[in-house]
Design a protein around this ligand. Structure first.
Ligand code: AMP
Length: 116
């Protein structure tokens, strides 16, 4: 896996910063968000550093696909299989703050008004 020296999620992937792990395999780590925006808020982080959707090469595309395919199991492990919202904040206008692509999985409550 290619990781970035200063990226906070790469530090979590290297075990330099602790995380509340929900699921891990060779391709991804899923852990609880430190500032949860719902009763249950898990982040799924691919084990390769890239900042944006636009930076996905062939390898990263495969990794993100594997992350998406694993979300139902991660949701089940987090106890929110009844329903959850999946979000990627892409870029500054969307409020992205950590520039290592990640998927938010939110649930454990009624998720309220929908954007769409
Ligand atoms: P985004 O705003 O889409 O880039 O999401 C970044 C998310 O990472 C935010 O929801 C933060 O609360 C979360 N976050 C930042 N640092 C940590 C950390 N050390 N452990 C868990 N979640 C974190």
């Amino acid at each position: 896996m290619s990781l970035d020296e200063n990226c906070i999620f790469c530090k979590i992937l290297r075990g330099e910063i602790p995380s509340d792990k929900v699921y891990e395999d060779g391709d991804m780590l899923a852990f609880r968000d430190i500032h949860p925006q719902a009763k249950v808020h898990v982040l799924c982080v691919p084990k390769s550093h890239f900042s944006y959707l636009s930076e996905m090469g062939e390898k990263e595309r495969g990794l993100v696909g594997k992350c998406m395919a694993k979300l139902p199991e991660i949701a089940r492990l987090a106890g929110i299989e009844k329903g959850y919202r999946v979000i990627i904040n892409q870029g500054e206008d969307a409020g992205q703050t950590v520039f290592h692509l990640h998927i938010h999985i939110l649930g454990g409550q009624n998720m309220g008004e929908k954007l769409l």
